[in-house]
Design a protein around this ligand. Structure first.
Ligand SMILES: [Mn+2]
Length: 235
């Protein structure tokens, strides 16, 4: 059985889709003491970037617990970025606020100061830190949001012989306690000030998603070779 996610995927803010489309070298981070949703979402973000010809690193402040070692790609999860790699985007997954990223931020302060930050999260309490923020408190898991992002990017969930789907499913299963919790919770949505330079918002997106973009221009889509120092990209 297959389900067409495209009608639901209109919830993904256009600015998020556009930013992911041009990202060439991404650091995907889950929260400290990572769980299946944080790891699954970050691994999935990396797979999306790589599927589009880019390069990605998955990291979390703390090592992957043995419990989640079954996740394909978990062996490549680092506790710090790869040295010397000029990341053009950091994607913060499943972190209710910046502090949830943990010590990786302090250990790599220069990189975080110099690199645009995209926040993708489903916690209603999210403080909307980041240069581009997509928060959907109605989503059962950050992995649910990334599944919709994959759809918008045209990347099939079957990517990697099911590797993408497995990563996303792990987060959804965990955050719903194996579907014991409702996938969507009416009344949990919230509204926030938004500013959009471009793009249209679907009715569902307007109701359930929050996104904010700061003044930005198109980022460099240059290569992702080692050696050059990171420079702040305005976007
Ligand atoms: Mn979560």
């Amino acid at each position: 059985m297959s389900i067409d996610l495209r009608p639901l995927a209109t919830a993904v803010p256009d600015a998020v889709v556009e930013r992911m489309r041009v990202a060439r070298c991404v650091l995907a981070i889950g929260h400290e003491s990572p769980d299946a949703d944080a790891l699954g979402a970050a691994i999935a973000i990396a797979l999306l970037v790589e599927a589009r010809g880019g390069r990605a690193t998955v990291a979390a402040s703390d090592a992957v617990p043995d419990l989640y070692r079954f996740l394909e790609g978990s062996d490549a999860v680092r506790t710090d970025p790869e040295p010397g790699v000029p990341y053009d985007l950091v994607v913060l997954c499943d972190c209710g606020d910046l502090s949830r990223a943990g010590a990786i931020r302090e250990r790599n302060a220069a990189l975080f100061a110099a690199t645009p930050l995209l926040t993708i999260d489903h916690h209603a309490s999210n403080d909307a830190s980041g240069d581009l923020v997509w928060i959907d408190p109605g989503a059962a898991a950050t992995c649910e949001m990334v599944a919709l992002l994959a759809t918008r990017l045209g990347v099939p969930l079957a990517l990697g012989q099911g590797r993408l789907a497995a990563a996303l499913a792990a987060g959804i299963v965990m955050d719903t306690a194996t579907f014991a919790h409702p996938m969507r919770r009416p009344g949990r949505s919230r509204s926030r000030p938004r500013s959009w330079r471009r793009g249209r918002r679907s009715p569902r997106s307007a109701a359930a998603s929050t996104a904010r973009s700061r003044t930005r221009s198109s980022p460099s889509s240059g290569g992702c070779s080692r050696g050059s120092s990171p420079t702040r990209t305005a976007w």
